[in-house]
Write a protein that binds this ligand. Sequence first.
Ligand code: HEC
Ligand code: HEC
Length: 331
Amino acid sequence: MMPASHDQSPSLAVNGGPGRAGAFGRWLGMASLLAGLVLTVPPVTVPAPAMAAASRVSSQVERVARGQYLFDAAGCFGCHTDEVHGGQRLAGGRALDTPFGTFYPPNITPDPIYGIGNWSNAAFIRALRHGVRADGSSLFPAFPYTSYTLMDDGDILDLKAYLMTQKPVAQPNRPHELKDPFGWRVLMPAWNLMYLEVGPLDTNPHQSAQWNRGQYLVRALGHCGECHTRRDWAGGLDQRQMLAGNPGGNGGAGAPNLTPEVETGLGKWSEADLLLLLEIGLKPDGDVVGGSMAEVVRNTTSMLTLADRKAMVAYLRSLPPMVFPHVEPHR
Ligand code: HEC
Ligand code: HEC
């Protein structure tokens, strides 16, 4: 039992003596005490939920901002927006001509019917990590999930958070026009068994943080190898020739060797040369990059921080030099 003296708060004394009135008074007293607490010391009691909500909001804002940076670093915009025909942002893509036929990248706006608005986080991770759609069917590697698989889950979810802030567009997808058997989705699980090395990318403990960041930017986000690596007849990347150039790529015009080999690669390029190319597309000979690389510079590498461009360059310059038949630059 509480001693009587403790029962007597100042407000109780004001509100009367024992009996029903006393009980009511005690109740009132408690209530006003509580109210007093609430009114006089809000920072300690009430605001906890409000503060949690505020930090949720700010962490959501940060998540979307990180997602936007990843979106640029991964170059999602270009394929999924039909810029040439004035298509709406991310509502479905430009025609991608490949040796296997023409792909039309789908609507990835938050529209619940035509876009990916109804996709769960798990479904989105599965698409990037395993090349599988929300309905369980396989995606074609014209969507470079073979590189995005190397992203980590946190980054994939930040990217999704950003996509969900984009304008929903109710625009149906255009079917691909592919040659048999390349349009057969049922073959893709077998293709994945042959070619897909499921991520995420491991950190290499023998290399610096900068090198690891560069590897992540080049291999996972920037998917540089998708163009700069030779493919076999089935469209699989030749891992032994990673980044050593692809004479048949880019509609036959070729993508050059990015390894530091002196004659056919980037062996004569200084760090500053490479940084300038990634920032503004200028080559050491005064020419500017053309073709699909111009777009990569505009939408991707120029949007990165200088530290990230330096990390990419450090990684590229550390690659084992590989000779490759000289690739005529695209005009
Ligand atoms: C090189 C072009 C290209 C790039 C870059 C690209 N995509 Fe795609 N994406 C495609 C194509 C093509 C498909 C359709 C593949 C198919 O039909 O199997 C696709 C499909 C998708 C799908 C499945 C949608 C559905 O309805 O099935 C998602 C999700 C997606 N992409 C998200 C992204 C994100 C996020 C990025 C950036 C990290 C990105 N894409 C970058 C070409 C691209
Ligand atoms: C969509 C295909 C594509 C992607 C993705 C791509 N590139 Fe390229 N890249 C090209 C093509 C094509 C050229 C040749 C352009 C030219 O010479 O006008 C090129 C040229 C270059 C050059 C100039 C090399 C030289 O010898 O002239 C560098 C450096 C380069 N790319 C780095 C990168 C890096 C780093 C990435 C990843 C962030 C990347 N590329 C992603 C297609 C691509």
